[in-house]
Design a protein around this ligand. Structure first.
Ligand SMILES: [Zn+2]
Length: 288
């Protein structure tokens, strides 16, 4: 193992992940983060942990370990957890003090009386470890080439990429959408409300495309159909753009947008495990 890994942290999460893969000469996918942990001298254990904790990085003297919650059934999520903890190790390990065995590190949400600064530092550290994990498992320079080689846009391509990279549908879909050269967005909704979304650069730049967190779904959007549990798990069709990008849902001061007559392709799928609906929205270039 070359010594230059000691200097990874200053490069940022993505470059750190790519540098590690390069130094370990790893080119085959799916990436095995357990194997990488072993090469770094980190022991991986699986133990039943509280449900809110996916895993943690631990230090005992000069020895390092990653504890993974054995209750996590999904192999892709366990792998993501290990990759995330390797990220904490490479990016922040100089700040980690020796902790007694079984004491969690880096997964503990700050106490309620924590200052804003502590909370910000925690969220930033989590974001960096997540970014590292995404780039370790789906390195952008390779993933974007594979993504754009797919003839079909959206969920069929995402499903194949998830199998190829051994990653969850959710993390693959987010990475795919953010890197996409198309005008597209990915929306996760639950109980008829938008909970999270990600979008491409083209979507961000298009003046008629915007989404609002916490917005209720349009009753005629395909994603609204899943309220009826007897319906199929997947729908795809063209729907009016204003089912999703709704000027009436914007705050008055932001309301520069007009209602437009364009259509957008909506492909919505039920995710039974999380009880969420994943919707891939794609504005074909002919409409842009
Ligand atoms: Zn973490």
């Amino acid at each position: 193992m070359p010594n230059n890994r000691l200097h990874y942290a200053k490069d940022g999460p993505a470059a750190t992940a790519w540098g590690l893969l390069r130094d370990l000469k790893i080119q085959d996918f799916p990436i095995d983060p357990r194997c990488i942990a072993t090469k770094l001298g980190i022991v991986v254990w699986e133990r039943a942990l509280p449900i809110s904790c996916d895993g943690c990085l631990m230090r005992v003297g000069n020895a390092w370990g990653i504890l993974v919650n054995a209750r996590i059934r999904s192999e892709t999520r366990r792998n993501f957890t290990i990759a995330h903890e390797i990220g904490h190790y490479l990016l922040e390990r100089d700040t980690v003090k020796t902790s007694p065995l079984h004491q969690q590190f880096n997964t503990v949400i700050p106490e309620q009386n924590s200052t804003n600064k502590e909370l910000q530092a925690y969220l930033q550290s989590e974001q960096r470890a997540n970014q590292f994990a995404v780039e370790l498992l789906m390195p952008t320079p390779i993933f974007s080439v594979d993504s754009s080689s797919h003839v079909q846009v959206g969920l069929p391509a995402i499903t194949e990429l998830a199998a190829q990279y051994g990653t969850s549908l959710t993390s693959t879909a987010i990475h795919y959408t953010r890197l996409s050269e198309f005008i597209c967005a990915l929306v996760f909704s639950e109980s008829g409300v938008i909970r999270y979304f990600a979008y491409s650069e083209g979507f961000r730049k298009n003046k008629n495309c915007y989404l609002v967190n916490g917005q209720t779904l349009h009753p005629k959007a395909l994603a609204s159909r899943f309220a009826n549990i007897s319906y199929p798990n997947e729908f795809k069709d063209e729907v009016p753009l204003n089912y999703w990008c709704r000027p009436d849902q914007l705050k008055e001061k932001e309301n520069n947008a007009e209602s437009v007559d364009d259509n957008i392709i909506e492909h919505s799928r039920r995710i039974p495990r999380t009880k969420q609906i994943m919707s891939f929205l794609h504005l074909p270039s002919v409409f842009s």
